[in-house]
Design a protein around this ligand. Sequence first.
Ligand SMILES: *Cc1c(COP(=O)(O)O)cnc(C)c1O
Length: 398
Amino acid sequence: MDWSAKITGSICLRNNLAANPRKVAAMESIDDAAAEIWGSGGRLTVDLGALARNWRTLADRAADAETAAAVKGDAYGIGLEQAVPALAKAGCRCFFVALPQEGIRLKALLPSATVYVLNGLLPGEAARLAAAGLRPVLGSMAEIDEWAAYRAAGGDGRAALHVDTGMNRLGVTLDEAAALADRTEALGLSLVMSHLACADQPEHPLNAAQLGAFATAARLFPSLPASLANSAGLHLSPDYSFDLVRPGIALYGGRFGTDFPALEPVVCVEARIVQIRSVAAGETVGYGATQHVKRPSRIAILSAGYADGYHRMAGSSDGAPGASAFLHGRHAPLVGRISMDLMAIDVTDIPEARRGDHAELFGPNIPVDQVAASAGTIGYELLTSLGKRYRRHYVGGA
Ligand SMILES: *Cc1c(COP(=O)(O)O)cnc(C)c1O
């Protein structure tokens, strides 16, 4: 397979692919050409095949609803230019970005795509947005007024209407929406949508309240497709799917596992061991001397840190253990704080660990959300912060 030639002995990919004998055979024929990856401290592998399969899994789950894809934030950090063709090949035709600049990049890749710009319209942008073939998601009466003026002047661009159903971030009120119902055509509306605030907490009462309010909003615009669900909304119940679903994080392998057992990890981040040192019992490791080792330890220093987007709060201290890395089939706990370019892991129990080895920071063996939880944040933040210094490999593409 074409992609296999690009990988150079990724430990985590080997583990990931272990279930697929054909891929393993392809992997084994690859020389561990460490020389090919010189110059960077780590490797970031993006599995575009997994991305495409995740999209199809979600599309199957969405049943009769169309499945779009949220690709804002450079496709959640994995790379818009690589993600969009893979999603398009899987069958995706409709995309959501945050900003016009992202939409312009997307249109250059896929001119036929329907592209909604979630952050809406900044003053004076209506004509330019429409000329770029982008559809703003109109989320306030000020935006509606600007868009209406552009349309009245002969513009034929299309737009979505965002109705706020309880999140109080973007969107017009239900009353405002009701007053717009008979302007659907004049405004060139092609979608009515809202966004869930608490879909990741299935028991939260706001979910049902938003569902009820959105059903009302959708009824005001019977000619328009309606869209409410993000990834977590898609999981709540089929009632949330309406005509179009807009998953993001689930496509990229975040929040998978118990929620969506069929979804696969897409990103694997590995850092290389720069050195392995012995640390005597009772000594500390790293800035601030925040963690004492309890036994004579082998400490591996990895060539990645918070400048690579690894969250500094995922580090470890005596009081609060941090995240871990994964190598040679085992977890190695972080020791001490994360530095800008380095971090330390305990490999006392992994005697095979050697200078130059790759250790997985997150990927098939360590869910990105687990590292995020160690840092008090969410997988979205780790993915969208993926550093620029890793050597990037895209595998599994067409
Ligand atoms: C980001 C976003 C999505 C996708 O959300 P996920 O939780 O990543 O699935 C959908 N709709 C809107 C309005 C968004 O901002």
